[in-house]
Design a protein around this ligand. Sequence first.
Ligand code: FES
Length: 168
Amino acid sequence: MTISPELDKKAEEAISHYPAEHKRAASLPLLHLLQHEFGYVSEESVKWVADKLGLEPINVLELVTFYPGFRQSAPGKFHIRVCRTLSCAMAGSYELMESLCKATQIDRSGTSHQNPIAVSPDGKFSIEFAECLASCGTGPVCMVNDDFHESIKPAEAAKLVENYRAKA
Ligand code: FES
């Protein structure tokens, strides 16, 4: 893991928002910065944040394991998040998940609360369930990296995946 000077500068800037005696409050902003940069929060990232804030790595790791928004393993080039909250679930998000897994050849059988991400054999795609993505009236919805997709019927999953495969 290489921390660029730019990333280090952003981290210092985030830390500066808090009084020196409460700089541990910058843990979450720093973890978000690292996840955005590397796609997930590695053990090295946990240690780096801990060193930066004068904490023990376990203090940082407990945040990573508590908040489901943090990933502890590397995602694919295209990371898919499928909303499973009530409106989307009723509109077919579980069926959408199945269709997306089929289209990407992803096997989710090894996923758990601690390890919610499954990756395709070619490493191009990864997938996980997400909680409400704030478009409850147009479910089922999913995100592919930063792209938002609404009213995606399970039958449209293969086409969606192919569009991204063409960009890989
Ligand atoms: S329930 Fe899916 S976006 Fe809100």
